[in-house]
Design a binder for this molecule. Structure first.
Ligand SMILES: C[S@@+](CC[C@H](N)C(=O)[O-])C[C@H]1O[C@@H](n2cnc3c(N)ncnc32)[C@H](O)[C@@H]1O
Length: 264
């Protein structure tokens, strides 16, 4: 049922403004689609598809692409933008465990999801033997400037302690790579790379309100206003937004239907 997969009321993505203001995660998306190398007729799921830009690119290469995302706002926007592509509301737990898909694709969304072991187990069950899993995800070391700025704004606003943890997880790349193997997926290629950019046109205040509104939840209205004012005061224009990204291509062994290669 759709409501089972709705993002918590305290948080949702803004599908209508995402592409213009926050679509930088798509900067490297096309080359990730190249790594996926979709072929005509293949059945491919874009997990955490957002507003569907990359799902549509996959479909544009002839595959039967389907987007899956937990956010109603993102799915609505994806459907508006790409009416010819199928988009469903759901999370990794709703991936069909039918081993009929040629690939699962995932750009900049794994860090929002729960334990990689569970997500990757669901991916394994969705793809055919030999099926691919292609993903990119920010890992530990990312966004240090933005986190440091938030801490400084916290202090400037006179709030004791540190900002609470975000809903997203900047994990060690080894956590992802080890979980792939544990799920029965063979890593064919993996790299960690750095992307340095600026928050062009988006202020750190706007960035935190989109990507980390939960850090403000325990604050009073006036504390929240003070932190936001400090974010504006402390941030130079074109604030840096550094990402350390893990990109990988994995596949399910052709030899076994088991989740564990050692069982083969
Ligand atoms: C940074 S956006 C990336 C969207 C898209 N892949 C892109 O490249 O533009 C992260 C997306 O992950 C989705 N998401 C977060 N947690 C999810 C989950 N557990 N299951 C499915 N989608 C999720 C969010 O709703 C959001 O659309």
């Amino acid at each position: 049922m759709a409501t089972e997969h709705r993002a918590p009321a305290t948080f949702d993505w803004q599908g209508r403004t995402y592409d213009a203001e926050y679509g930088h995660v798509l900067d490297s998306g096309e080359s990730l689609v190249d790594l996926l190398a979709p072929r005509p007729g293949e059945r491919i799921i874009d997990l955490g598809c957002g507003t569907g830009t990359l799902t549509a690119q996959i479909a544009g290469r002839g595959a039967t692409a389907r987007g899956l995302d937990i956010s109603e706002s993102m799915i609505s926007q994806a459907r508006r933008q790409y009416p010819g592509v199928r988009f469903d509301l759901g999370d990794a737990g709703t991936l069909p465990a039918d081993a009929t898909h040629d690939a699962v694709f995932c750009n900049s969304a794994l860090h929002w999801m729960g334990a990689p072991a569970e997500v990757f187990g669901a991916v394994f069950a969705a793809v055919t033997p030999g099926g691919r899993f292609v993903a990119e995800v920010p890992v530990v070391g990312s966004l240090s400037d933005l986190r440091e700025l938030l801490l400084r704004a916290w202090t400037a606003a006179g709030i004791l302690g540190s900002p609470p943890p975000t809903r997203w997880h900047l994990r060690d790349p080894q956590v992802y790579l080890g979980s792939l193997v544990d799920a029965g997926l063979t890593v064919a290629a993996a790299k960690v790379w750095q992307r340095d950019r600026r928050l062009n046109g988006v202020s750190p205040r706007g960035w935190w309100s989109q990507y980390g509104p939960e850090v403000f939840q325990g604050l009073s209205e006036s504390q929240r206003a003070d932190v936001n004012a400090a974010l504006d005061d402390l941030a130079p224009p074109e604030f840096p937004c550094h990402s350390t990204l893990l990109r990988f291509l994995a596949h399910r062994s052709r030899a076994t239907a088991s989740r564990h290669p050692s069982d083969a």
